[in-house]
Design a protein around this ligand. Sequence first.
Ligand code: SF4
Length: 64
Amino acid sequence: MDCPNREKNLAKCNCTYEPCPRKGICCECIAYHRSRGELPACFFTAEEERTYDRSIKYFVSRRK
Ligand code: SF4
Protein backbone atom coordinates (compact mmCIF):
# COMPACT_ATOMS: atom_id res chain seq x y z
CA MET A 1 0.00 0.00 0.00
CA ASP A 2 1.25 3.47 -0.83
CA CYS A 3 1.68 5.89 2.05
CA PRO A 4 -1.32 8.28 2.09
CA ASN A 5 0.92 11.04 3.48
CA ARG A 6 3.75 10.68 0.98
CA GLU A 7 3.09 13.83 -1.07
CA LYS A 8 2.53 15.91 2.06
CA ASN A 9 5.71 14.53 3.60
CA LEU A 10 7.73 15.19 0.43
CA ALA A 11 6.72 18.85 0.54
CA LYS A 12 8.60 19.16 3.86
CA CYS A 13 11.44 16.71 3.17
CA ASN A 14 14.91 18.30 3.02
CA CYS A 15 16.74 15.14 1.93
CA THR A 16 18.78 15.64 -1.24
CA TYR A 17 19.68 11.98 -1.70
CA GLU A 18 17.50 11.47 -4.76
CA PRO A 19 17.80 7.72 -5.41
CA CYS A 20 16.40 6.83 -1.98
CA PRO A 21 13.20 4.72 -2.20
CA ARG A 22 12.16 5.85 1.31
CA LYS A 23 11.77 9.56 0.50
CA GLY A 24 8.40 10.78 1.75
CA ILE A 25 7.75 7.57 3.66
CA CYS A 26 8.89 8.86 7.02
CA CYS A 27 8.25 5.66 9.01
CA GLU A 28 10.56 3.71 6.70
CA CYS A 29 13.12 6.53 6.67
CA ILE A 30 13.30 6.68 10.48
CA ALA A 31 13.40 2.89 10.88
CA TYR A 32 16.20 2.64 8.32
CA HIS A 33 18.40 5.25 9.91
CA ARG A 34 17.60 4.14 13.46
CA SER A 35 18.73 0.61 12.60
CA ARG A 36 22.08 2.12 11.58
CA GLY A 37 22.45 4.34 14.66
CA GLU A 38 21.62 7.40 12.57
CA LEU A 39 19.08 10.19 12.27
CA PRO A 40 17.04 11.12 9.19
CA ALA A 41 17.94 14.13 7.03
CA CYS A 42 15.34 16.39 8.62
CA PHE A 43 17.36 16.56 11.86
CA PHE A 44 20.17 18.33 10.00
CA THR A 45 20.64 21.78 8.55
CA ALA A 46 20.85 22.07 4.76
CA GLU A 47 24.65 22.32 4.94
CA GLU A 48 24.94 19.27 7.20
CA GLU A 49 22.44 17.28 5.17
CA ARG A 50 24.52 17.59 2.03
CA THR A 51 27.40 15.67 3.68
CA TYR A 52 25.13 12.58 3.83
CA ASP A 53 26.67 11.84 7.23
CA ARG A 54 23.54 10.90 9.18
CA SER A 55 25.40 9.61 12.24
CA ILE A 56 24.37 10.68 15.74
CA LYS A 57 28.06 11.42 16.36
CA TYR A 58 28.10 13.96 13.54
CA PHE A 59 24.81 15.46 14.71
CA VAL A 60 26.15 15.99 18.25
CA SER A 61 29.52 17.28 17.00
CA ARG A 62 27.76 20.07 15.16
CA ARG A 63 25.91 21.21 18.26
CA LYS A 64 28.72 21.63 20.81
S1 SF4 B 1 17.06 10.63 5.17
FE1 SF4 B 1 17.84 8.65 4.41
S2 SF4 B 1 16.10 7.22 4.31
FE2 SF4 B 1 15.33 9.33 4.55
S3 SF4 B 1 14.86 9.97 2.49
FE3 SF4 B 1 16.95 10.68 2.95
S4 SF4 B 1 18.35 9.03 2.29
FE4 SF4 B 1 16.27 8.23 2.34
